[in-house]
Ligand binder design. Structure first.
Ligand code: DC
Length: 230
């Protein structure tokens, strides 16, 4: 049976990962959070005392690194690292790591392998353009920088983080947007064949419903269920 692939790209804070994860659960597909893979490698770099801006040193660990998903958990060299990769130190440094060509090549090849094994919902920045350019479905999930900053600020407050302002959080989101969309290697862009999902005035549930209705109403899914009945 052919595996179905759903590729989702978009900037930080658009609700993309939450939407992708719920969509995958409802469709019974595997969810692959590619940002988590870049974060996991950043964790390894920092744990080894390597300066993330030193590309040559960063690359020395690449070959011996194994990153995979098991039961929706991210596994770095055999150990689950879901919590560690969400630390502030990782968020601050991951953009450097994700900008190196050799790191991207390794992650892209792992991601392409994963998509061959199962039907997937994969989210990131280069999924619709580089990783799965021939995905069955492509979505670009976004929201205004102000709204994304506001969501991130509320999240930080909820987690008890102190000493931050809404203005700083919005500025940080804009800084990351610029970095991710102007970098040389696979910058974040919306392809012509991606459905645009602007979540500025949408709840997570509405965004999920929107994506699922497009997927379910397509011929590809009709063909899939016919194949499954055969
Ligand atoms: O979505 P996130 O915040 O977990 O992503 C972490 C970083 O990794 C962010 O700087 C963008 C980068 N990234 C990327 O370059 N390509 C991807 N496919 C996924 C994430």
């Amino acid at each position: 049976m052919k595996h179905v692939s759903i590729a989702i790209d978009g900037p930080a804070g658009a609700g993309k990962s939450t939407v992708a994860k719920i969509t995958a659960e409802r469709l019974g597909f595997q969810y692959i959070d590619t940002g988590a893979m870049y974060r996991a490698y950043t964790l390894k770099v920092l744990n080894n005392g390597i300066d993330p801006t030193d590309e040559r040193m960063v690359l020395t660990l690449l070959e011996s690194t194994n990153i995979d998903f098991r039961d929706n958990r991210i596994i770095l060299d055999g150990a689950a690292v879901d919590d560690e990769i969400r630390e502030g130190s990782i968020t601050r440094n991951v953009s450097y790591i994700a900008s190196y060509k050799a790191v991207r090549e390794k992650m892209v090849s792992l991601q392409q392998e994963m998509s061959k094994r199962k039907s997937v919902v994969m989210d990131g920045r280069d999924i619709t353009t580089v990783v799965l350019p021939f995905a069955d479905f492509k979505f670009f999930v976004t929201a205004t920088a102000e709204e994304r900053g506001r969501r991130r600020y509320l999240e930080l407050l909820e987690n008890g983080v102190e000493g931050i302002t809404l203005e700083d959080t919005i500025a940080d989101i804009k800084r990351r947007d610029t970095f991710d969309s102007t970098r040389e290697e696979s910058p974040l862009t919306r392809t012509d064949d991606s459905y645009l999902v602007d979540t500025t005035h949408m709840t997570i549930e509405e965004a999920v419903e929107h994506i699922i209705s497009i997927v379910r109403n397509s011929k590809i899914m009709a063909d899939e269920s016919e194949n499954q009945l055969e």
